[in-house]
Write a protein that binds this ligand. Structure first.
Ligand SMILES: Cc1cc2nc3c(=O)[nH]c(=O)nc-3n(C[C@H](O)[C@H](O)[C@H](O)COP(=O)(O)OP(=O)(O)OC[C@H]3O[C@@H](n4cnc5c(N)ncnc54)[C@H](O)[C@@H]3O)c2cc1C
Length: 413
């Protein structure tokens, strides 16, 4: 069977669906999204912690995060849907300070200069706002589990407009909003071929033999992106590596007082947030050494978390919430980051293959950035800017850019 579209997006994850919606918000072109999965959320998006924090080292990345989070915070208006399923869990994001007591003030000023609300909390302010949390400035030694005396006196950065979203709810909303604007979203539709003629991608061939011709084709295949590059015959100069990322899940103890924000603990090496109406905590790592397990086949990797990982992260969580976890309810899971080993930033936009665009290598940042990434690609393809667009120059993440200089190459970059 042969069919024609104007734009085909490969992948209905948070990136592909954000691109499709952002295109449909500005063009009547025929847009088709194809996904090999049985339904929404089978890729990285389904496993995402979907933490929405603003602070990044680079101003452009912070601005993209700000613009993405603005869309999530104004979700019904952004989608133009009256009753979306997802909601922004408005708990704020707390960055525990370490021994560098000037860092939170510097960062708060930097965020404020970009129009992002930020505050610095001392121990007393932190205890008043979040009584369950320990403000200790030194992490315990996980390896030796030696007795640890907590030490206060630090300063902590708080982003009141951060939070999180349920990632699959957000995906379902994007699919509903895109379909309402005429976008066709097909599941069980694996791209098995990409015809190329005279240096231009001409469409896709699905595994069932269906041919779909198009002028613009977007690779939003998440950890499967390298297979899509190969189908197009385009060598990718960026080292985009599917990487197993483990998470621990803990039932929250009944006597934890007050609210718990999304917490980033750079000295301890963890982040955590509530889920399931606050009844559970999920705990992930911010350490580079936990982002090294490259996966050869994104369809075949251990989806559980290793006991050692869960034990170590739970120990660090208990340091931060001494009364926090019910040890009986401890488990874990794994999902995939697509790490861009060059600079832990995605590559987004046109490629040397005419008509072939990419949005790949999100390195653990893709959920919060997605609305802004959709905006970048849609601006590039249609030439139009509209409300909710980001003003970040698309050359910042372009396929032919140089690697971005960064002090560290982990998820906190
Ligand atoms: C454990 C974990 C925690 C995370 N936490 C955060 C966080 O707190 N904040 C944040 O911003 N980001 C976070 N991320 C990162 C974020 O989730 C990802 O960057 C984002 O989900 C990537 O979305 P995607 O659409 O590119 O990929 P995916 O969600 O993987 O979507 C790709 C889609 O492409 C489809 N596909 C692949 N190949 C083909 C083909 N040949 N034909 C048709 N379809 C195909 C797949 O079925 C899949 O549905 C986290 C990720 C993980 C794993």
């Amino acid at each position: 069977m042969a069919d024609t579209a104007d734009i085909v997006v490969v992948g209905a994850g948070i990136i592909g669906m954000s691109i499709a919606l952002q295109l449909a918000r500005r063009t009547r072109a025929r847009i088709v999204v194809v996904d090999k999965g049985l339904g929404p959320g089978e890729g990285s998006t389904g496993a995402s912690s979907a933490v929405c924090r603003h602070r990044y080292t680079r101003t452009e990345t912070t601005t993209l995060a700000r613009d993405g989070i603005f869309a999530y915070r104004h979700w019904p208006e952004f989608l133009e849907l009256r009753d979306p399923v997802a909601r922004f869990h408005d708990h704020g994001v707390l960055w525990f300070g370490g021994l560098d007591s000037e860092w939170p003030d510097r960062e708060a000023q930097r965020l404020q200069s970009l129009g992002i609300r930020a505050a610095v909390l001392d121990d007393r302010a932190l205890a008043a706002r979040f009584p369950a949390l320990s403000a200790c400035v030194e992490p315990p030694d996980v390896a030796s589990a030696a007795p640890h005396a907590c030490r206060g006196g630090g300063r902590h950065l708080f982003e009141p407009d951060g939070g999180y979203v349920d990632p699959v709810d957000a995906l379902q909303d994007l699919i509903a909003a895109a379909r309402a604007r005429g976008v066709e979203v097909r599941f069980r539709a694996r791209v098995a071929g990409i015809p190329v003629e005279h240096g231009a991608a001409k469409g896709v061939v699905l595994a069932d033999g269906t041919r779909l011709a198009c002028a613009h084709l977007v690779n939003a295949a998440g950890p499967w992106c390298n297979a899509v590059f190969a189908l197009a015959g385009l060598p990718c100069p960026w080292p985009l590596q599917p990487t197993r990322i483990q998470m621990a899940v803990v039932d929250r103890a009944g006597d934890v007082a007050g609210d718990i924000p999304v917490c980033a603990d750079p000295t301890g090496g963890i982040y955590f947030r509530t889920q399931n109406r606050g009844q559970q905590l999920i705990v992930g790592s911010v350490r580079e050494e936990d982002e090294q397990e490259q996966v050869a086949d994104p369809d075949d990797f251990p989806t559980y978390a290793d006991d050692d990982f869960v034990r170590a992260k739970l120990y660090l969580l208990q340091h931060r919430i001494p009364t926090g976890a019910r040890p009986s309810g401890v488990r874990g899971y794994s999902g995939l980051y697509t790490m861009n080993r060059s600079d832990v930033h995605p590559v987004v936009g046109a490629t040397p293959l005419q008509g072939f665009y990419v949005a790949n290598g999100f390195s653990g940042h893709g959920f919060k950035l997605a609305p802004a990434i959709g905006s970048l690609i849609a601006q590039e393809i249609t030439g139009q800017t509209i409300g909710f667009d980001t003003s970040v120059d698309r050359r910042f993440l372009a396929f032919d850019r140089s690697p971005i200089a960064l002090p560290s190459k982990n998820v906190l970059a």
